[in-house]
Design a binder for this molecule. Structure first.
Ligand SMILES: NC(=O)c1ccc[n+]([C@@H]2O[C@H](COP(=O)([O-])OP(=O)(O)OC[C@H]3O[C@@H](n4cnc5c(N)ncnc54)[C@H](OP(=O)(O)O)[C@@H]3O)[C@@H](O)[C@H]2O)c1
Length: 274
């Protein structure tokens, strides 16, 4: 039996040390050729080495998703390797202000929107022709067959479901990203491209562990205390690990999700019932 991403090329923009690295390894294990893109070339090279050591295929390409010329150069690099892209994951993220709106200058909010929302838009627009080339043309005479579509997955956050103090800048950007996903799904669906967002509550990996260490230092206590306090709000009394966020993304990239577009999948161990 073939793997779910066999024969597909998947581009991950904003490939960091946690989610991005784990997704690259998992997507390659599931058969994809993976392109990892972000600003830190040394980290990308490390991810590529790990994928190759595990028997997968990957290339690294530096990109700054806030720079149109850089996103264009990424697309040109990818186009040198392939005529078609089947999956695009937009995960680029920088820690937002985490201050009340009254103390957040508009420039900070704009920067969050530029990276999270406009970065996703300019990347999707740049890759649309390659994504369209990755989709099968529907056969009008075979209405009961599901043609393979291409898939864009944009990483939102369960912050879209709450309005807690200090999360406003992050919420504004991620909620706009969900709205972008809806509109792109409408516009790109006729070209065979699905667009969905995934909203993790937390991803218990490198980035979050660092944040919990910061909170433990700031308020006293240990990382385990911060984890326990956070996890008590979840139905499952724990936080999702990287693989538990990555696997739903792999599902949305795969043809098993061929009829799913314009959706937001919340993955949060049951913190919010949406
Ligand atoms: N971690 C969580 O608990 C959590 C919870 C909910 C949602 N999420 C979402 O899930 C996604 C992955 O989270 P994560 O914790 O793995 O994030 P992360 O470790 O911070 O990885 C995101 C990566 O984005 C890259 N990036 C930042 N600015 C960029 C730019 N201008 N152009 C290209 N790449 C850029 C950074 O790499 P470079 O510095 O090398 O560019 C960074 O490593 C994010 O979208 C985040 O909002 C995370």
């Amino acid at each position: 039996m073939s793997e779910p991403l066999q024969g597909k090329t998947v581009v991950i923009v904003g490939a960091g040390p946690g989610f991005g690295r784990t997704l690259a390894l998992r997507a390659a294990e599931q058969g994809a050729t993976v392109v990892v893109a972000a600003r830190t070339a040394s980290r990308l090279d490390g991810i590529v080495d790990e994928v190759r050591a595990a028997g997968g295929t990957a290339i690294a390409a530096a990109v700054d998703a806030t720079e149109p010329d850089s996103v264009r150069a990424l697309r040109e690099t990818v186009a040198q390797h392939t005529d078609a892209v089947h999956g695009l994951v937009y995960s680029a993220f920088a820690v937002p202000s985490m201050k009340p709106l009254a103390q957040t200058d508009h420039e900070q909010i704009s920067r969050g929107i530029d990276l999270s929302v406009l970065g996703a838009l300019r990347t999707t627009q740049e890759f649309t022709p390659l994504l369209e080339a990755g989709a099968e043309t529907p056969d009008a005479e075979q209405i009961d067959a599901a043609p393979a579509s291409s898939s864009v997955v944009m990483m939102a956050s369960a912050v879209i479901h709450h309005s807690r103090e200090r999360y406003a800048g992050y919420k504004i950007a991620k909620t706009a990203l969900v709205a972008l996903g809806h509109s792109l799904a409408t516009e790109l669906g006729p070209r065979g491209i699905r667009v969905n967002t995934v909203a993790p509550g937390y991803i218990y990996g490198e980035t979050l562990k660092g944040y919990f260490e910061h909170l433990a230092g700031k308020y006293g206590g240990t990382v385990e205390d911060v984890y326990a306090h956070t996890a008590e709000k979840m139905d499952l009394r724990r936080l999702p690990g990287e693989r538990e966020i990555v696997d739903p993304v792999v599902f949305l990239l795969s043809d098993a999700a061929s009829a799913i577009t314009g959706q937001t999948l919340t993955v949060d161990c049951g913190e919010f019932h949406t």
